[in-house]
Design a protein around this ligand. Structure first.
Ligand SMILES: Cc1cc2nc3c(=O)[nH]c(=O)nc-3n(C[C@H](O)[C@H](O)[C@H](O)COP(=O)(O)OP(=O)(O)OC[C@H]3O[C@@H](n4cnc5c(N)ncnc54)[C@H](O)[C@@H]3O)c2cc1C
Ligand code: FES
Length: 359
């Protein structure tokens, strides 16, 4: 049986994109609601003694074109999840996923964008690109780096889109076998005319670093640069939240709190969190070693979450009062942090009282 938070997707079609990348197209209408650039988290068989493992794959489809949901998986040499999917995902097979999540999403579809992708990093970029072309009015420039021509995922689809939208889409292919590595100075020359645009970068870290340094050198501000980093989750996304002594964690619609501390040593002081969520205010005891999300769930508060590993931003909330520390953060940038945003699944209290809002 699927867990309450998860959905089952049936594979309708498997497309061989390149020698080592396969797209999985899913059956189903209505589809799960998602935004361009978001990803799904898949429950996969475990490895090294773990019963299950979790891997994220960006949706390469667009929610605005009417096409079915699609992810594209590139084999990683020696990798567990990517090879399992490429070897076992066949039409008719069912996969369990968490709801779409992620913040690599454009604020609207009418703002001109610069897109930089490398290898399988094209997937969320493709979703943004198709959405903007179909539903928006913006112009797009895509710089797409690959080792060689045979490694280019979605080559034909991109060519067709440039033919369909000649005035709005420009695709610059960068092939390492012909042009060498996309180093900062050469990227700066290529990207200079578009440095004032909002930019979305996804691909190997050296490419994203080089593109970011090039764009910053051309005057692009940090707020205009958005990066999506690919990495493997540990698997906690599908486990139960960490045990919190519920006798020590209280919640009320607007006032009282539980007493004591839990999830930490008995004599460790806990904090009190006042949390605004969905129009209600909850006051709960927040044990010092317990992530805010776990304390909220244990107190019966239906707080949002997905990966529980600091990777998806589904649990983002904002500190209004007091201080917290985060143990892991893969998604919030310096601007978000300066504005007080935190990830509830990774946040521990540092002050006796903390005020939080989800609005
Ligand atoms: C938001 C997000 C979106 C993503 N979207 C996509 C996408 O659209 N397409 C895509 O292809 N990927 C995507 N990824 C990456 C994907 O989730 C996986 O990280 C990727 O497929 C590799 O997983 P794996 O299980 O095959 O490799 P892993 O098993 O995690 O291994 C990764 C590497 O580490 C090495 N390794 C593993 N274990 C050990 C060990 N014990 N000792 C030494 N080396 C080890 C492996 O040999 C391999 O080289 C995304 C990730 C994120 C976070
Ligand atoms: S639940 Fe994914 S970052 Fe917190």
């Amino acid at each position: 049986m699927a867990e309450p938070r998860t959905h089952r997707l049936v594979i309708a079609e498997v497309i061989e994109e390149t020698a080592d990348a396969r797209s999985l197209v899913f059956e189903g209408t209505p589809q799960l609601p998602y935004e361009p650039g978001q990803f799904l988290t898949f429950k996969l068989p475990g490895t090294q003694g773990q019963p299950v493992t979790a891997r994220c794959y960006s949706l390469a489809s667009s929610p605005h074109t009417g096409e079915p949901m699609k992810v594209t998986v590139k084999r990683v040499p020696g990798g567990h999840g990517s090879n399992w999917l490429c070897d076992h995902a066949v039409p008719g097979a069912e996969l369990e996923v968490l709801p779409p999540a992620g913040t690599f999403t454009p604020p609207g579809l009418d703002t001109d964008l610069l897109l930089v992708a490398g290898g399988s990093g094209i997937t969320p970029v493709m979703s943004i690109l198709k959405s903007v072309l179909t539903r928006g009015r913006a112009r797009l420039v895509l710089l797409y780096a690959n080792r060689s021509e045979s490694a280019v995922i979605f080559r034909d689809e991109l060519r067709e889109l440039t033919e369909d939208y000649p005035d709005r889409l420009q695709v610059v292919h960068w092939l390492e076998t012909l042009q060498g590595l996309p180093a900062t100075d050469r990227l700066a020359t290529e990207l200079a005319p578009y440095a004032g645009r909002v930019a979305y970068l996804c691909g190997p870290k050296p490419l994203m670093d080089a593109a970011e340094v090039a764009l910053r050198g051309l005057g692009a501000t940090r707020e205009r640069l958005h990066r999506e980093r690919f990495f493997s989750l540990s698997g906690a996304a599908f486990g139960a939240p960490a045990a919190v002594d519920s006798s020590a964690v209280g919640s009320s619609g607007a006032g009282s709190s539980g007493a004591g501390s839990s999830g930490s040593a008995p004599d460790e002081p806990g904090s009190t969190a006042r949390v605004e969520l969905d129009g209600a205010t909850h006051e709960i005891t927040w044990p010092s070693g317990t992530p805010l999300l776990d304390a909220l769930l244990a107190a019966g508060v239906d707080a949002p979450y997905s990966c529980r590993e600091g990777a998806c931003a589904a649990c983002t909330c904002r500190v209004l009062e007091g201080e917290v520390k985060m143990t892991r953060n893969e998604v919030l940038d310096d601007v978000d942090l300066a504005d007080g945003y935190i990830l509830a699944c990774q946040s521990l209290p540092l002050t006796p009282r903390v005020g939080i809002t989800y609005s």
